[in-house]
Design a protein around this ligand. Structure first.
Ligand code: ASP
Length: 449
């Protein structure tokens, strides 16, 4: 049994849904289909999830939602019409969307989750109807009926372990199950969503629950590429990655698979195949527990912008027991999650995502560091980009960092920070955002050209 997840671009319009139906029909082991909400049809189109968020914000600020809601109903109705589906399905979708918009707003986060989830929920209804209309027996399954239970973290939920036991029964169903991605329910019965892009997580969880032979994650590229094609011309495709490599790359900026989708698959030893809905015969990229690798080889270069560094210096910091804990405790108490903490003898930096740090939190953290930790200096710097090079072949490989540093020096890129994880499968370089692209190009040139 295979679990197939289709992303937003694979479901953006009726033509794409037909491709999905053909992919399911072409392999009888494709028994569980996890769907995203319809994505962009062209580059400046708006994803259904973003339309839902805009509509929810209107409701929350007391504005009229009629037009915003009509736009969303129209997206689904247009697809249903192009697929020659019965009007019944459009009525069902329109009624569901209306119920979501009219829901109680006393808890705005709960309301927002209900709205965001409606994209995937109705996409699943539509795909189940499309499959059935083409003679492929398929049924929509609501995550509440499937037993997908999540923590009460709105927009950032995590899977509760009992979900795996509950969801295992889907393996017994006669029909193909069409399951909406991105959301589940709390034990109290409220809808909660994963972080954005979280339908990948749903697919991984279902794969683990039914012990699938393969988790096929369909997107719009033939395979994972070793660098961002928007930065490097024609980057090399990657045939195989280990789970660890995929997680590092996803976390550091590869948009192809959500980084939190790896662990459920790893836990159950399920292999993942990333494939293209628009070219399903391409072999794709396999994500496996282990692979053969050559020493000194790297598999990918990821990069992302939008980081800030809080730099703290205090003489004899190395002898002060508990300093690191107290510093990080300030971040914890101010509700700011940190990404990395490179340190020296007398200094320590805390790197955070800039969009996780409001101006108020920033001021508060700086003041508290000065007052409570009695530091010699504290500075904040914005506009940092992180470049991550990843590969199992980096283990015990001598001269790898020298190669990167040399390539960056030749390009005139200043390295603000270096951090090597103790796993030795990744090294991170901090550079100014303005240098991000040339840094990736320089490293790519050194390793792949
Ligand atoms: N539709 C959601 C988003 O745009 C979730 C997903 O596509 O995985 O983030």
């Amino acid at each position: 049994m295979k679990v197939c997840k289709f992303g937003g671009s694979s479901l953006a319009d009726a033509g794409q849904v037909i491709k999905v139906c053909d992919i399911i029909a072409s392999d009888s082991s494709r028994r569980i289909v996890v769907v995203s909400a319809p994505g962009k049809r062209f580059s400046d189109d708006i994803k259904v999830t973003d339309l839902l968020i805009a509509c929810a914000n209107k409701r929350l600020s007391g504005e009229d939602t009629k037009d915003a809601l009509a736009l969303i109903v129209e997206r689904f109705a247009g697809m249903a019409a192009d697929l020659n589906l019965d009007n019944k399905i459009v009525d069902e979708i329109a009624a569901n969307l209306k119920t979501c918009v009219d829901a109680d707003i006393s808890d705005p986060e709960r309301f927002m989750c209900g709205m965001k989830a409606a994209g995937e929920d109705n996409s699943a209804r539509l795909v189940a109807a499309a499959l059935s209309s083409r003679g492929i027996p398929a049924s929509y399954l609501n995550p509440a009926d499937g037993g997908l239970l999540l923590s009460e973290e709105h927009g950032n939920a995590q899977i509760l372990p009992e979900s795996y036991v509950n969801l295992a029964k889907i393996a017994e169903y006669d029909d193909i199950t069409v399951f909406p991605g991105f959301f589940g329910y709390t034990k109290g019965g409220d809808i909660v969503t994963f972080p954005r892009g979280g339908s990948d997580i749903t697919g991984a969880v279902l794969s683990a629950a039914v012990n699938a032979e393969l988790y096929e994650n369909f997107t719009d590229v033939d395979s994972v590429l070793c660098a961002d094609p928007g930065i490097v011309d024609d980057p090399a495709p990657v045939a195989e990655l280990t789970f660890r490599e995929m997680r590092e790359l996803s976390y550091a900026g590869f948009g192809v698979l959500h980084d939190e989708a790896i662990q459920p698959a790893v836990g159950a030893g399920i292999h993942i195949c990333i494939r293209n809905t628009n070219n399903p015969s391409a072999p794709g990229t396999l994500v496996l527990p282990e692979r053969k690798y050559k020493s000194g080889h790297i598999v990918g270069i990821a990069s992302s912008a939008g980081f800030s560094t809080i730099y703290v210096r205090k003489y004899l910091l190395n002898r002060e027991i508990g300093f690191g804990r107290r510093l990080l405790q300030i971040f914890e108490e101010e509700g700011v999650s940190y990404e990395h903490t490179p340190s020296g003898i007398d200094d320590m930096s805390v790197i955070v995502k800039a969009n996780n740090l409001s101006v108020k939190q920033e001021e508060c953290i700086i003041t508290r560091i000065k007052d409570e930790l009695k530091v010699d200096d504290v500075e904040i710097e914005h506009g940092l980009a992180l470049i991550m090079i990843v590969g199992e072949g980096m283990h015990y490989s001598i001269g790898l960092t020298a190669k990167v540093v040399g390539a960056l020096a030749d390009r005139g890129v200043n390295i603000e920070m270096i951090n090597q994880g103790s796993s030795e499968i990744s090294i991170m370089f901090g550079v100014k955002e303005a240098d991000r692209k040339s840094a990736v190009q320089a490293i790519y040139g050194a390793f792949f050209s």
